[in-house]
Structure formats: C-alpha cells, structure tokens
Design a protein around this ligand. Structure first.
Ligand code: SF4
Length: 549
C-alpha cells in the first residue's frame, strides 16, 4: 500500500499545545526540533562523505555533531577522565571527545559469517578492537574517527549492513527473535515483516523526523524474547479463532524515567498488513507525538493520554482507511528464561547454540573467532539477542559437542552461571556522556565475585546495571535493577554507587521493580549487597517461587 496520508487537522484537540504537528504546532518549540526543521538528519551523510571526513573533526558543524550524526548511528564519546559528578554540570562540548561511538544496525539480530567478519575487521582496524553487543541486538564500536566513516560505511554496505537510523529521532533497529524460522515452537516467523519495513521506510524522509526515537519489535517467539511490553510498537505472533497466523499489536511501552508497559490495541494484523500498520502507527507518532518537551516526546505519553481504543480508531480511520479485525491476546510466555542460551533443537533436526559473552562485551578478534568456530562446524548464520548474547544456528547433531567445547575455550559460555547469563550492563561512563557511573567493568567484576561466592545458585535472577536513570539496560524490569548515581560511603565521601530497584519483571507477571527507599549501594559493596539479597531469597522462598514473586 502507498504511504498513509497525513490526516487533516480535525481531531483530538488538546487544551494545551504539546507541539503536535497535526494540531498546527509546526513552529519548532525547542532546539532539537529547530535543528530537525533546519535540515533533515538524513542529509548529513553526504556532508560526512564530502566534507567532514576530509577536513576532520574541527570542521564539523555543531548542529550536525550533536544532532544529525545520530541519524547514522554516530555519537561523540565521553572525554576520558571526566567523573560522573560533572555529567550534569558541564556543557556538551566539554564532555565531547573527538572520537565516536558507531552503532551498527542489525535488524532481527540476523548476521551471516561474512557480515560478522566485516564487523570484526572494522573493529580491529578502526575501533581499537572494541565491540559491544547491545540489548537491542546492535553491535556498538568505539574510538571511531570521522575520517574513517566513509570507508566503514562502504564496507558495511557491501555486505548489506548499515548504520542508518541506528540512533536519532527515527525508527531504530527492529528487534526480532534470533530463532525466527527455525524454532519448532514459534507462532509465526516475523523475518519477512522486518524486511518489508526496512525496505519501505528506513532511510526515507517520511519518517526521518519523529518526535523522538521509535523502537519496534516483531516476533512469533513463544518465550516472547523481544520484550514487546517495553517497545514503542510490537507485533506479537498469534493464531486467531479461524486458525490464521498473524500478529497482535502493542503500542506505547518504554522505560527511562517514566516507565510504562505497552498497551494492546486488540487488533489482528495479517502478515501482509504489518508494514502498513507499522507505518500508520509511526505516522500517528510523527503527527500527534508531543514535540514541545523532549522528556514527553515518546509515543507512550500519547498512548497513555488517548488510551488504546482511541488510538486504534485514529489508526483505522485516518491512516489505514480500513478497520482491522479483532484478535486474540498472545499466549502467556512459556516460563523460565527468555534468552535462548544453551543447546536446543531446531525444527529441522539441527541444533542452535546460544552463548554468553560477559555483559555483551566482545572484540574484533573474538568476533572473528566466533565466525571461524561456526564455519568449522558447518554453520553460516549467527544471531545477536536482546540480552547481549549470541546464538549460532544450524549446528548438525554430530557437531554439537565440538562446537560447545570450542566456544567455551574462547570464554563464550554455553552453560553459564545464572550471574553470567542474566546480568546486563549499559555502556556507562567509559564512553557515554550521560553516565554518572562505570557499568561494564563493575558488572563484570560482580559476575566473577558472585560466581565465586554462590557457585550453586541456579535460579533465574536478572541483574541490570545502568549508568544513569535513562535505563538503557532496563532498570525497572530486572529482579535487581541498579541505577547509577553518586552515593556517600561510610567515610562520608561521594563515590560511584547505585539506587536499588527490586522485583521487576516482564513475561508472566509484568511488574516494575520497587525502588527500595533509601537503599543505595556503593559500587564497591555491590557484591556484598547482591549476595545478601540472594541468600535471603533462598532462605525465604516458597517451593517454586521465583525472585520477582
Ligand atoms: Fe548512558 Fe545512561 Fe544509557 Fe547507560 S543508561 S548507556 S549511562 S544513557
């Protein structure tokens, strides 16, 4: 179908303008909106190729540097050595390093070995060997110089990868189940729908100026691994009463400082309709999203104000031009973990092997090693997961023992401890300009320490370590969510630490973790704190009870 038309300004008056284009607020109401109006973020690509990469960092227009570069996955890194207490005080230019983080967009987490090797080469040649798997299935590289960007793009694009709209006020990477198409239990394979949206809408000016970021997920995974509850838009595989496969659509989920779970629209979306329903919802966000205040500019605020019923009615009448059928809710996720770690059978008789790098941190050499191990065992497909893990697909039964042995020898554990398996960490102060505390090394040390102190603990337990309140690593839906902030230690000094949130979860019993009043742990005392919580849980739990219950 063609692009949904922008509706006339005839509905949904709000008493006070929030910067909604459809209500006539076209004049930019803040600096970000002004920058986007002055020039579309997508236009920066040519300037990077023609000007900035040739003339160097100092030639970059500040509005491009701190704004439009994001449309291609580029953020300036934090200057090393600036402590977290200065984050909120310094001007952006004082925090900026001359190097960039570059996010490679990996829709559905799907990579072949050639693509994996290209990322590995780029990591080694241009990014000092860095590579972090993110909780949105991307791979982030660091230490990138603007001079290298055209070459990096050329190499990525030669193998069908891109950094386009990996950040910025755009439709970001689309999450998909790493097992799409191979899982015997899946309700439906969403891969084609992810491709459809990519081909039609990513990198198109129709959706390159949204109020803020727009996060999508499409999956038929019965473990609901793409966390549809906390995406801006999610299509979740269902089978309707007539036995047709399709999707249930959810909108308005998100965490950060105002966490909200997504709402079901109650509509059944046929596979071929997914791209136009996605475009309709993205169009509503573009036209009615609140642009006046950045912190209210996510679709969740609009969905919360309108409610699911009105949202669906506007979608159908003004954007799709037809009514969607009602549909069933997805089946509850199967219990236990959602991460696809370990060795499990595929529907074709082969096996998939999920493994756990520590807090998503790998490097160029390790990515090469993963590609070599996969190839030696006859596999050609690798996946990233939303838990900062990876999966190799299509391993023949007689190759399983050997591949597990080789992965584990590379410290890519296939049978990891609970702590290695379920601890995630965001980027943190090492590179992130918004960070207050260090995260990756802290979380990594925490894992080592907990493995040493609690070697027999095997219950599911998620620990999410975040460097600030933005919740990139999902503070509020972890069993133990840690929000970075400065805290006062026993000697009265201000040091790095965490506000603790306990008992968050998604899945069977979605629930935001409770901020434990007054409970803050310094980074140093974190292992003692988590050990105490785990031991208390073990003592007090009833038969079969999980931590979040
Ligand atoms: Fe940066 Fe904060 Fe996000 Fe961590 S949670 S990556 S510190 S913005």
């Amino acid at each position: 179908m063609s692009t949904p038309a922008r509706p006339a300004n005839r509905h949904h008056k709000r008493p006070r303008g929030e910067g909604q284009w459809a209500l006539g607020y076209r004049e930019p109401l803040n600096k970000n909106e002004e920058n986007k109006k002055n020039d579309d973020g997508l236009n920066v690509r040519q300037r990077i190729i023609d000007v900035y990469s040739k003339r160097g960092f100092d030639s970059i227009d500040p509005a491009d540097l701190r704004g439009r570069f994001r449309w291609y996955g580029l953020y300036t890194q934090r200057k090393p050595g600036i402590d977290g207490g200065k984050t909120a005080i310094l001007e952006p230019e004082e925090l900026d390093d001359r190097y960039f983080m570059l996010r490679v967009r990996i829709d559905g987490g799907q990579l072949d070995l050639e693509q994996l090797r290209v990322i590995a080469d780029i990591s080694n040649e241009y990014a000092r060997g860095t590579a972090d798997i993110t909780d949105r299935q991307n791979i982030q590289l660091h230490w990138i110089e603007v001079e290298s960007v055209p070459d990096i793009w050329e190499r990525l694009e030669a193998v069908g990868l891109s950094t386009m709209e990996a950040c910025g006020d755009t439709p970001r990477v689309i999450l998909g189940c790493p097992l799409a198409g191979i899982d015997a239990d899946e309700t439906i394979d969403g891969t084609q729908q992810i491709h459809d949206i990519n081909e039609r809408y990513i990198g198109q000016k129709e959706f390159s100026n949204l109020p803020r970021k727009f996060k999508s997920a499409i999956s038929g995974c019965t473990a609901h691994c793409t966390v549809h509850e906390i995406n801006d838009i999610a299509f979740v595989g269902v089978v309707n009463e007539q036995g047709e496969q399709g999707f249930d659509v959810w909108v308005g989920g998100g965490l950060s400082t105002n966490p909200m779970f997504a709402k079901r629209l109650g509509a059944f979306v046929r596979p071929e309709q997914v791209h136009e329903v996605w475009a309709g919802i993205c169009g509503i966000f573009r036209d009615y999203g609140y642009r006046r205040l950045r912190h209210r500019a996510r679709i969740k605020f609009l969905v919360n104000d309108w409610g699911a019923e009105k949202f669906r009615q506007v979608l159908e009448s003004d954007y799709l031009g037809y009514a969607l059928a009602d549909g069933p809710a997805p089946a509850l996720p199967r219990g236990g973990r959602r991460d696809h770690v370990g060795v499990h059978p595929q529907k074709d008789g082969n096996f998939y092997v999920g493994f756990a790098p520590k807090v998503g941190r790998v490097d160029g050499d390790k990515l090469h090693r993963i590609a070599d191990i996969a190839e030696r065992h006859g596999a050609t497909r690798v996946r990233t997961t939303v838990e900062q893990k990876m999966v190799i697909l299509d391993v023949a039964p007689d190759q399983v023992d050997s591949i597990v042995k080789e992965l584990e020898a590379a410290d890519l554990q296939v049978n990891p401890s609970t702590f290695r398996r379920q601890t995630m960490a965001c980027t943190g102060i090492e590179f992130c300009k918004l960070a207050i505390v260090e995260t990756k090394a802290t979380a990594s040390d925490l894992i080592d320490e907990l493995e040493r102190r609690l070697p027999d603990f095997t219950e599911p337990l998620t620990i999410n370590v975040n460097g600030c309140p933005n919740s990139c690593a999902r503070i509020q839906v972890a069993d133990i969510g840690l929000k970075g902030q400065l805290v006062v230690n026993d000697q009265g000094e201000q040091v790095e630490g965490f506000q603790v949130h306990l008992g968050g979860s998604i899945g069977l019993n979605p629930n935001f973790g409770r901020k434990v009043r007054g409970l803050k742990a310094t980074a140093e005392e974190l292992p003692d704190y988590v050990e105490r919580v785990v031991r208390n849980f073990e003592k007090q739990k009833n038969e079969g009870e999980t931590f979040s219950e």
